[in-house]
Design a protein. Structure first.
Ligand code: GCB
Length: 603
């Protein structure tokens, strides 16, 4: 677990300098990097933008599909004025694992391609001089790591990944790199919880520091007026007439933490924007600020042309514009934690998000078209290591994202094999160990694939609400048979109803692959008309069952996957194309969702 995952800020005590731009890049197919001294830096690679996935910049297939070790190198200047400060390099994400060298010295390693980590470089740098940072990355997949897959070797000697999941294995420095200069005595972390009473609210907080300096915490409203202050590492801020953070009507306060006796010349200052709101599950209701809400939105991917899985503020801006236009209020960060800027935008725009760890592919029979294997995933020598990494990433995810008002719930798996008895002890461990990690006690859940039903799944006691991924009309009962698909879906929902389902059910995946621009009357599968028919069918079913408390269609936009006979240059279930233009389905949802009230189905 990381010591501190606070998002970088710049103020009188802290500086955050991004090291984005062009780095030097090399593949290391022969494993010669260390032998040839690459860790000390190199200039004979190709230039590579950061942040970006390296894959799509190459025009030859062997490079695009490259699997194994790869290296990034660049110089950076450390000013003399930084002497005496705690200096860190912060990597927002290196996919999937990294070893960091500064001036040839190994500083640390990190496992997991979607969460940040920081390396203390105070002892390794030269002050008032150029320094070198080198990252040795690796993008192999295995059953011991998240997301799960295999790495195979072709007969020509080239390695290749076989993901047990349906998104392209985009790799590299996918998010920003920061040079941080921090005070020696500093804030490491903080937490907030909320209690509402009439018009007032209490913000309970804890602050973790690495010293004994006194702590002052203050809260300012959106106009910058300080509305409450408190002293100590633990305390309560009383807010009269609190402005609550509401879904699609956000209000953010600024929380300022200062260390030291004198707040005019503090030892450290950390500032963040928070929203006051509560989240509860009560029976089949999802409550925000004690009021029932209905989720409308998407499963998404961080995916766009050119830079692959890189975070791109422009794409993000566009995606939020589209989600607002269409009347959505929520999304799932399928199938991994997203860049922290996504959560900041969601905080500001009042979107709710379900925050997912990359525990995807925990089912080898899944994605049979990707070459699925008929084996039990939850039985094998890889489980111990996998579990360590899984819980470690849950810890870091919750540590990183716990103060975002937009985070509704934690998704601990996507479509694991839960009809397998062997899954039960694994689930128990993960749910037990993650129980107290979130001070706000948000719901924890995971998605159930079509195989995992109220009759077959062995782990239905664990989630606080159910997330269902269902594909009638596409993977089965497609085309003219869609009426049987609808009948089957209703049969399934009748069973949930008869069983007296006591928790909310949210549909987190459903949809149909659709080639934009393909039209036919009457419809056939893959046309825009057919996608609309499938989505209308689902909407009819959702409207008929009160315990269904949300619809998040798969997917916001078309996205890249491995190639195969089930994928035409990627997954085409987007409501928008990969370049974010609307298919006919976008106008269907624009009409439906802009009409559905936030408290749809509230009694
Ligand atoms: C699923 C997966 C998602 C796939 C989707 C599909 O169940 O969770 O990753 O992309 O189905 O389109 O097949």
């Amino acid at each position: 677990m990381e010591t501190s995952l606070l998002y970088p800020v710049t103020n009188d005590q802290r500086t955050d300098q991004k090291l984005d731009g062009l780095w030097q890049f090399k593949f290391d197919e022969a494993g010669e990097g260390e032998k040839s001294g690459w860790e000390t830096g190199f200039h004979d690679g190709v230039s590579m933008p950061v942040p970006a996935s390296f894959n799509d910049f190459f025009t030859d297939k062997a490079s695009r599909e490259y699997t194994g070790d790869f290296w990034y190198s660049r110089n950076f200047f450390v000013p003399s004025a930084a002497k005496g400060k705690a200096l860190f390099l912060r990597f927002d994400a290196v996919t999937h694992r990294a070893t960091i060298f500064v001036n040839g010295k190994e500083i640390r390693t990190h496992e997991g391609g979607f969460l940040p980590f920081a390396a203390d470089i105070s002892e390794a740098v030269k002050y008032g001089a150029e320094n070198t940072v080198v990252v040795k990355g690796n993008n192999e997949l295995s059953r011991e790591a998240l997301p799960a897959g295999d790495t195979i070797t072709l007969r020509n000697g080239k390695k290749m990944v076989r993901p047990f999941f349906d998104f392209y294995n985009y790799s590299g420095l996918n998010r920003s790199v920061h040079l941080l200069s921090l005070p020696q005595e500093r804030v490491l972390d903080y937490t907030t919880t909320f209690a509402l009473a009439g018009n007032d609210a209490t913000v309970n907080y804890t602050v973790e520091t690495n010293g004994d300096a006194p702590v002052t915490v203050s809260l300012a409203d959106a106009d910058g007026q300080v509305v409450a202050t408190a002293q100590g590492k633990q305390g309560a801020l009383q807010v009269q007439n609190a402005h609550l953070w509401q879904v699609r009507n956000a209000y953010l306060y600024t929380l300022t933490i200062q260390l030291g006796d004198d707040t005019q010349t503090p030892l450290d200052t950390y500032t963040d924007r928070i929203g006051i709101r509560t989240i509860k599950i009560s029976g089949t209701d999802i409550l925000v600020n004690d009021k029932p809400i209905y989720l409308k939105g998407f499963g998404r991917h961080e995916d766009s042309p050119f830079a692959g899985r890189a975070f791109d503020l422009n794409v993000e801006k566009k995606d939020f514009a589209l989600m607002k236009w269409i009347g959505a209020n929520s999304f799932r960060t399928s199938h991994y934690p997203y860049d922290e800027q996504v959560y900041k935008i969601a905080d500001e725009e009042g979107f709710l998000l379900t925050d997912e760890v990359p525990a995807v592919g925990f089912k080898m029979a899944a994605a049979a078209f990707l070459g699925g294997l008929n084996q039990s995933f939850f039985k094998g020598p890889w489980l111990k290591k996998l579990h360590e990494r899984h819980i470690d990433q849950i810890r870091d995810l919750i540590k990183r994202d716990k103060n975002h008002p937009s985070v509704l719930a934690w998704s601990l798996f996507n479509e694991p094999d839960t009809i397998d008895e062997n899954a039960v002890p694994y689930f128990k461990q993960i749910f037990d160990e993650s129980k107290d990690l979130d001070p706000q006690g948000r719901p924890r859940t995971f998605t159930l694939s079509e195989d995992d039903t109220i009759e077959t799944s062995k782990v239905l006691d664990f989630p606080d609400f159910y997330m269902l991924n269902r594909y009638p009309g596409w993977y089965h009962f497609g085309g003219y048979q869609i009426s049987d698909g609808e009948a089957g879906l209703r049969d399934e929902m009748d069973k949930w109803q008869k069983a007296g389902v006591k928790k909310p059910v949210v549909f987190t995946e459903f949809g149909a692959d659709t080639e934009a621009g393909l039209h036919k009357l009457p419809s056939v599968m893959w046309t825009e008309e057919y996608q609309v028919e499938v989505l209308k069918m689902f909407s009819r079913v959702f409207d008929d069952y009160d315990f269904i408390k949300g619809e998040q269609v798969w997917n916001l936009a078309d996205f890249q996957t491995v190639e195969g006979n089930m994928r035409v240059n990627g997954n085409k279930k987007g409501i928008f194309t990969r370049d974010r233009q609307p298919k006919a389905a976008a106008f269907f949802y624009h009409d439906r969702w802009n009409k559905l009230p936030l408290d749809y189905k509230a009694k």
